[in-house]
Design a protein around this ligand. Sequence first.
Ligand code: ADP
Length: 141
Amino acid sequence: MKQHEMTLILVKPDAVAEGLTGEVLHRLEKAGLKIINCRMLRLNGPLLKEHYAHLAQLPFFPEIEQFMSSGPVVAVALAGENAIAKVRDLLGPTDSTKAPKGTIRGDLGKDKMHNVLHASDSAETAQAELRRFFGSTDPKV
Ligand code: ADP
């Protein structure tokens, strides 16, 4: 069933530094997603602990924190039909080395950690993440 949804992506610090933001947004726009809001910010410890709470117990969490705070990210709110699943499909699986060619991670990612983008993975996380980064889930903000 088609559903109009909003989702959130973060272009990760290495991808921003390497000038991949335009390429990523171009791919998403070509696939029919609309940019609703956009901001550049540097993630700090408390924000990262909240954002990656589901990974906080993992041994490599400090590395994720270090990586994700190593430079600015670009946060983008996107809207479209089935936007949450559509963005995850275009992105590919977490491990870039296993992501199929044609996906964002398969074409532009480096490894498990350096995988170009974060993208909301469910309606619940999309709502929480849109609020976290834009203070609202209202497309008009
Ligand atoms: P996804 O970003 O695909 O939703 P997760 O939520 O499981 O994946 O993990 C969040 C982020 O933590 C990943 O995008 C990646 O940067 C990092 N990560 C996850 N698993 C690993 C791992 N095994 N080794 C290194 N980094 C990892």
